[in-house]
Design a protein around this ligand. Structure first.
Ligand code: NDP
Ligand code: 2IT
Length: 445
């Protein structure tokens, strides 16, 4: 790493003890930024990096609620409003028992660069709670969401901060959150949340957008080698919103997705995952992946194993951070891997990224490859602001154009900085320069 940046890095790590995922995200970005500071000494003088690493505002709050048996439960809520140089804070809410400040800050930090890459007017933020929705009734989820919003509402707004979904937060939760916001504020402020239902201010394509976008970005990478998804053997991790829609799009482009997973195990389906059945099991019934196997013949289920043990030419990690390590990466590379598109945020460890890059595997980092979700959230905000709603075809075309644009920005930035094909460098520098320029123009705030 560039010596000038090392000192900043050390200060950031020391000021944020115990937040290992945040440290990992910061170090990965800093490793790309030396050449930018050679060209732009003004960024160093204005302490852009120090300011970028310190969130503009961090909110932590108590979320009390009552479960179905009448017992009081207490969770912790977070919203980190990281950077508003380009627009209102924008980013999802994650409900998962592993959530703590270090996770929210890593996600919020990544979101700054991701949102900049989309070319849309959105800043970076993230939030969530250590609430575990698994096994909770709809009524419990509703009471939790209402309590969460009773505190959060004072911090958000169409022009301030616009949350959306992430792990454990989908259409159901956004509905309960929106209802409570509307009730407290007495405003039908559609643009305060994205991922809304289609009949009450949502956008077509938003549910599909992250998975579709990841595949579109990966297809653009494959094209640079004269290849495409057609005929590829694909493994996807996860079986949630991002994974299901990545599977659907990859298969629509002619690939066969032979495996997917949840946190309990993975399924191998050599004929190609039946997306209709997967949606029924996971989205309609809110069941486990194991239930998929019971309804389809010729399919195997591996309890507690790693889905990365299944050979693939294209890997799409779409579950969670640090789910694909150096050992798994080396095994995939030995068995013919061509490309990785990260649908999740930071799913590959730093070791894994190094293995992919040394082997010449096309590697699309999450902040570029999964930006289609937040980009389509910004399209939802546009529709809300103009009180309009667009067709599926129009919105999907906008998403495609945005993803092709992000790929182009990453690739051309990597070329410009002398490391062709390095999408990590391209994404980090491309996102950073846009935010840094805006921060410089807006003075010391
Ligand atoms: P969902 O809650 O819909 O699905 C999450 C999936 O990942 C589930 O299959 C879940 O399995 C699995 N998973 C979650 N945590 C773990 C864990 N600790 N270990 C193993 N598996 C795990 O979330 P999304 O699909 O929305 O999000 C997936 C990833 O994509 C996340 O990294 C998220 O940040 C990222 N992302 C999401 C966007 C969106 O628009 N939703 C946009 C951009 C990125 P199980 O059910 O067993 O927990
Ligand atoms: O990580 C992400 O980009 C998201 N969870 C989507 C955020 C959004 O505001 O749509």
């Amino acid at each position: 790493m560039d010596a000038r940046l090392e000192a900043v890095r050390d200060t950031v790590l020391a000021r944020n003890p115990g937040e290992s995922e945040f440290h990992q995200a910061v170090v990965e970005v800093f490793e790309s930024l030396g050449p930018v500071h050679d060209r732009h000494p003004e960024f160093l003088e204005a302490a852009i990096l120090e300011r970028l690493c310190e969130p503009e505002r961090q909110i932590i709050f108590r979320v009390p609620w009552t479960d179905d048996s009448g017992r009081v439960q207490i969770n912790r809520g977070f919203r980190v409003e990281f950077n508003s140089a380009l627009g209102p804070y924008k980013g999802g809410l994650r409900f998962h028992p592993s959530v703590y400040l270090g996770i929210v800050k890593f996600l919020g930090f990544e979101q700054i660069f991701k949102n900049a890459l989309t070319g849309m007017p959105i800043g970076g933020g993230k939030g969530g709670s250590d609430f575990d929705p698994r096994g909770r009734s709809d009524a419990e989820v509703m009471r939790f969401c209402q309590s969460f919003m009773t505190e959060l509402y004072r911090h958000i707004g169409e022009y301030t901060d616009v949350p959306a979904g992430d792990i454990g937060v989908g259409g159901r939760e956004i509905g309960y959150l929106f209802g409570q916001y509307k009730r407290i504020t007495n405003r039908y402020e559609s643009g305060v949340l994205t991922g809304k239902g289609i009949s009450w201010g949502g956008s077509l394509v938003r549910p599909e957008a992250t998975g579709f976008g990841t595949v579109i970005f990966t297809e653009e990478m494959l094209k640079t080698r004269g290849s495409s998804f057609d005929g590829q053997r694909v493994v996807v991790s996860g079986s949630g919103n991002v994974a299901i829609n990545a599977i659907a799009k990859a298969q629509a482009l002619g690939a066969t997705v032979v495996a997917c997973s949840d946190s309990s195990g993975y399924v191998v389906d050599e004929a190609g995952i039946d997306v209709g059945l997967l949606r029924q099991v996971k989205e309609v019934e809110r069941g486990r992946l194991k239930d998929y196997v019971l309804r389809r013949s010729g399919v195997s289920y591996v309890e507690a194993g790693s889905v990365w043990d299944v050979d693939a030419t294209v890997a799409l990690p779409c579950a969670t951070q640090n789910e694909l390590d150096g050992g798994a990466a080396a095994r995939l590379v030995r068995n013919g891997l061509l490309a990785v598109g990260e649908g999740a945020n930071m799913p590959s460890t730093r070791d894994a990224v190094a293995v992919f890059q040394e082997a010449g595997v096309l590697f699309g980092p999450g902040k570029a490859a999964n930006a289609g979700g937040v980009a389509t959230s910004a399209l939802e905000m546009q529709q809300n602001a103009s009180r309009d709603s667009w067709s599926f075809e129009h919105t999907e075309q906008r998403l495609t154009d945005i993803m092709v644009g992000i790929h182009h920005r990453c690739a051309s930035t990597a070329d410009e900085y002398g490391d062709p094909g390095n999408y990590v460098l391209g994404a980090n520098i491309g996102g950073f320069v846009k935010v840094a320029d805006a921060m410089l123009a807006q003075g010391l705030i």
